[in-house]
Write a new protein. Structure first.
Length: 335
């Protein structure tokens, strides 16, 4: 394939990258994109390993003696190499994912994946980024409960949240208008507003109702399965030393993102209650979804009963055939 053909394909590359700290709503956002036929492999996590070498290739101090035209990766060729590789990565995703996808996505939480976002933006000229975030206190709480078997998880979550949030603030301006930020707390409180924000950003407003329906009814990998949607009060049992560590590690970023450090009522959102008409629509959609779920459960039960009848019929036919065969064999022996 000629380079002009590669470049023409490269200019159209438009994946969607979901970023943010673990336990910040990246999974529900991936589900929302699936509603829009934007599909991916689930947890990427290797993208920073794939992309970081390009930073060295771009660095003029990296192997300066080899940056002359006579060498394969000499001056002027790095950009071409990146475009070839970006097109190959796009082809790989499209070949491995279902054929009905409109775009492909990558969900890779954590600070490492955040730091390579500018490089990904260069590799994929029409890529868009969605950054998910939530209060550091509730984020750490969720992680501690989700990975409770890890004795170091409290410190890991505190440091990871601060690093991820700080890294994003430092590099987000380099993405121009190609990113949006969505607070996990707003997904349930303002599902229609978030759905509109998301679908408008991606240029796919026709999926607005479908995405809103998902956001008002689903919790994905919840560490607090007993919580009702919209309940953001959490009970904290941190020691004084843990609270001190959190303030020291996360206090600056909490302030930068507009979160108060409140260990008595963490997660309480000072947001407006949705207007009555919006609440009415939400209740109607939930009712329709519950009715559809009940209908599907009835269909599933009927199908199971039918399969049972079919299997019983097959067994009886086999037994009858065996009985006829036995009778013929018995008559033959009598003769």
């Amino acid at each position: 394939m000629r380079f002009d053909e590669i470049e023409a394909r490269w200019e159209k590359l438009d994946p969607v990258f979901i970023r943010g700290m673990q336990r910040s709503g990246t999974s529900i956002m991936a589900r929302a994109l699936q509603r829009m036929k934007i599909l991916g492999f689930g947890e990427g996590h290797l993208w920073f390993e794939l992309v970081e070498p390009f930073a060295r290739l771009r660095d003029p101090d990296y192997c300066p003696d080899l940056r002359v035209d006579i060498y394969t990766l000499g001056q002027g060729r790095v950009s071409k190499l990146e475009k070839y590789i970006a097109v190959a990565l796009d082809q790989f995703h499209r070949a491995c994912l279902p054929s009905h996808l409109e775009r492909w996505m990558d969900k890779s939480p954590g600070a490492d994946a955040v730091r390579v976002a500018p490089l990904l933006a260069d590799l994929f000229p029409k890529a868009q980024f969605i950054f998910m975030y939530r209060s550091g206190i509730t984020n750490v709480l969720s992680g501690v409960k989700f990975w409770k078997a890890n004795p170091d998880i409290f410190h890991i979550m505190c440091e990871g949240w601060a690093e991820t949030m700080s890294s994003w603030r430092q590099m987000r301006n380099s993405l121009g208008d190609r990113y949006i930020e969505i607070a996990q707390e707003d997904i349930v409180i303002k599902p229609f507003e978030i759905a509109t924000k998301l679908t408008s950003f991606l240029g796919m407003p026709e999926y607005n109702v479908s995405v809103a329906g998902l956001l008002i009814s689903r919790r994905v990998l919840s560490a607090f399965a007993d919580k009702r949607p919209g309940d953001y009060n959490y009970h904290i049992e941190w020691s004084p030393q843990q609270k001190e560590f959190f303030i020291e590690t996360c206090g600056s970023e909490m302030g930068a993102w507009g979160y108060e450090i409140d260990f008595d009522s963490p997660g309480v959102i000072a947001a407006e209650i949705p207007p009555p008409e919006e609440r009415a629509v939400m209740l109607e959609m939930l009712g329709q979804q519950n009715a559809r779920i009940a209908e599907l459960e009835r269909e599933c039960l009927a199908l199971r009963e039918r399969l049972t009848q079919i299997n019983q019929g097959r067994v009886m036919r086999v037994l009858n055939a065996f009985g006829r065969l036995r009778k013929r064999l018995f008559r033959g022996r009598q003769l």
